[in-house]
Design a protein around this ligand. Structure first.
Ligand code: NDP
Length: 296
C-alpha cells in the first residue's frame, strides 16, 4: 500500500483526492475547513488528519493542492505544520499551480532534511480530475518524479517531466497565460461581431470550424458565454494569479512579452471588478460592460 495524504480539498483537489480512496492507496485527507475533510472522509471511508503535521507523519507521499505557493509555504511552518510531521525520505508532490521561485526555495529547505519535492500542477479542469485524465507537468529531479509517477497516475492521463523543480509550475503558468489570451481575444471578437449584428452563436460555430478556434472557443464559450451557464469550476482569481506568475517569469528572464503583460493587467482588472468568487470565463462580462454589447 502507498500511504498518501492529500491536503486541499477544493474544486479540483476534491475530485483528484477521490482517486486515492482505493487500493493500492491508503488515503488520509486534511483541509483548512475541517468540515469538508470530515465529510469527504465519511463519504469515502478514509482517514482524516486534525493537522498538516499529523497528515504528513503517516504518509509516504504528501500531495498539496492549494491556491498558490504562498499557502503551500505557510502550511509548512509551525508546530502543527507539514514540516513538523515530515520524515526524512518522504516526498511532497505539490499540485498547486504555483510559482517556480517559491517552489525552488521550498525544495531547497526540504532537501536539507532529506525530503523530496516535486511540483506537479495539473490541467484538464474539474472534468479531467473526475475522469482521472489530467495532464500533469512535473518539476523535480528524475528519481523523485519517477517516485511520484504511480501516485500521479491515479488522476493523470499524461504525466510529463518538464525539468528541475519549478519547471512544472513555469509550464503551467505559461499555459494559463495562453488560456487568458484566448478568453479575452475570443470575447473581443464576439463583441465586435455582435455589435455588427452578427449572431454570436452562429459566428462561434463558424470559428470552431475554422483556423481561429481554440479549446476556449470549442469547449468553454458554447456553454458558458453563449449558454450563459458560467459554472464556477475555476476561479477568475486563480487565473489572475497564474497570469501574474507567467508575466513575472517572462520579466525575470528579460523576454519582451506584451501579450502576457496585457493579459495580466486585464485579468487583474476583471478580478477586481468581479470579485473572488467569479469563474474565469466570466471575465467576458467586463468586455460586455466596456463595449456595451452582450455576447449572446
Ligand atoms: P479552490 O479555491 O476551490 O480550493 C482551494 C483549496 O485550498 C481549499 O481546499 C481551501 O481550503 C484551501 N486553502 C485556501 N487557502 C488556504 C490556506 N491559507 N491554508 C490552507 N488551505 C487553504 O481552488 P481549486 O481547487 O480550484 O484550485 C487549487 C489549485 O489548483 C490552484 O492552484 C488552481 O490554480 C489549480 N487548478 C485548478 C483548476 C480548476 O479547474 N479548479 C484546474 C487546474 C489547476 P478551504 O476549503 O478551507 O477554503
Amino acid at each position: 500500500m502507498i500511504r498518501v495524504s492529500f491536503l486541499g480539498l477544493g474544486a479540483i483537489g476534491e475530485p483528484m483526492a477521490r482517486h486515492f480512496a482505493r487500493e493500492p492507496f491508503e488515503l488520509t485527507v486534511w483541509n483548512r475547513t475541517a468540515a469538508k475533510a470530515e465529510k469527504f472522509a465519511e463519504a469515502h471511508g478514509v482517514a482524516v488528519a486534525a493537522t498538516p503535521a499529523i497528515a504528513a507523519a503517516s504518509a509516504d507521499v504528501v500531495i498539496t493542492c492549494l491556491p498558490s505557493s504562498r499557502e503551500v509555504a505557510a502550511l509548512l511552518d509551525g508546530d502543527t505544520g507539514l514540516s513538523a510531521g515530515l520524515k526524512a525520505g518522504s516526498l511532497i508532490v505539490d499540485c498547486t499551480s504555483g510559482d517556480p521561485a517559491t517552489s525552488r526555495e521550498i525544495a531547497s529547505r526540504l532537501e536539507k532534511r532529506g525530503i523530496a519535492f516535486v511540483d506537479a500542477p495539473v490541467s484538464g479542469g474539474v472534468k479531467g480530475a473526475v475522469a482521472g485524465n489530467l495532464t500533469v507537468m512535473c518539476g523535480g529531479d528524475a528519481p523523485s518524479v519517477e517516485r511520484a509517477r504511480p501516485v500521479l497516475e491515479a488522476f493523470g492521463g499524461r504525466i510529463v517531466h518538464c525539468g528541475p523543480v519549478g519547471s512544472g509550475h513555469a509550464v503551467k503558468a505559461m499555459n494559463q497565460a495562453l488560456l487568458a489570451v484566448h478568453i479575452w481575444s475570443a470575447g473581443e471578437a464576439l463583441a465586435a461581431l455582435a455589435s455588427l449584428g452578427v449572431d454570436t452563436s452562429l459566428a462561434l460555430d463558424v470559428i470552431n470550424g475554422s483556423s481561429g478556434r481554440s479549446n476556449t472557443s470549442e469547449n468553454l464559450f458554447p456553454e458558458r458565454v453563449i449558454g450563459r451557464a458560467f459554472p464556477r469550476t475555476f476561479k477568475l482569481a486563480l487565473l489572475d494569479k497564474d497570469v501574474a506568475i507567467a508575466a513575472g517569469i517572462a520579466r525575470g528572464e528579460g523576454i519582451e512579452s506584451p501579450f502576457v503583460e496585457l493579459a495580466a493587467r486585464l485579468f487583474s482588472e476583471a478580478h477586481a471588478v468581479l470579485g473572488d468568487e467569479a469563474d474565469h470565463v466570466e471575465a467576458v462580462r467586463v468586455i460586455e460592460t466596456r463595449s456595451g454589447v452582450r455576447l449572446s
